[in-house]
Design a protein around this ligand. Structure first.
Ligand SMILES: [Fe+2]
Ligand SMILES: [Fe+2]
Length: 199
């Protein structure tokens, strides 16, 4: 990582199994219900940053923007479910997120950095997986284009989280902690079963 641009485009440390998109396509309604729930959680995450760090104008502004976009994704996926005569599912804990949250450190400053970096990593994983879904949706051009669009949106979001981290923390500190959290995320992803869920 040479510069901010390099940092904005950080890579995950493990690739999703090629079996995952196959499972998604074979159980697409199950996937969509989980995807809708994940968009809602992404919106809640952005809003919770505003609640936790209300005195940081740059952060608040960015989080309003992300929350609005996640709400839009949530609404679009809900509409897609309704078109398929499907409904939303009730909230369930996402084991991937639960495991990631265990990595949060305790001091106020450390926790702030960890929250920003974990949110960036989750968005990056979303970017990767929506790209895989788009690649597997070979027979529906409209849906394929929509998932390509979502993949780009999540890439933008992870960049926004990293940009905020750059505003409040030194680059070296970010890089060091990002590497640690990426290792943890790779371990967590690899230990989870392959299901048609987003994570
Ligand atoms: Fe989203
Ligand atoms: Fe997002």
């Amino acid at each position: 990582m040479e510069d901010i641009a390099g940092l904005l485009e950080f890579k995950l440390k493990s690739k999703t199994s090629p079996l995952w998109p196959q499972k998604v396509i074979a159980n697409f309604d199950v996937f969509l219900k989980d995807h809708a729930a994940a968009e809602k959680k992404a919106m809640s995450t952005a809003l919770s940053f505003i609640a936790k760090y209300p005195d940081q104008p740059e952060l608040v502004k960015t989080m309003f923007s992300i929350a609005k976009e996640e709400l839009e994704h949530f609404e679009q996926i809900t509409e897609l479910l309704h078109k398929r005569n499907q409904g939303l599912k009730s909230d369930e804990k996402d084991p991937y997120i639960q495991e990631l949250l265990k990595e949060l450190r305790h001091g106020v400053r450390d926790r702030f950095l960890d929250r920003l970096l974990l949110a960036a990593i989750v968005e990056n994983r979303g970017c990767e997986r929506f790209g895989l879904v788009a690649g597997a949706l070979s027979e529906d051009d409209q849906l394929k284009a929509y998932y390509e669009h979502l993949s780009r949106e999540e890439a933008k979001h992870y960049g926004q989280y990293i940009k905020l981290a750059r505003l409040y923390f030194e680059k070296n500190e970010i890089e060091k902690r990002l590497m640690e959290l990426l290792e943890a995320e790779a371990r967590i992803v690899n230990a989870l079963p392959i299901t048609p869920m987003l994570h």
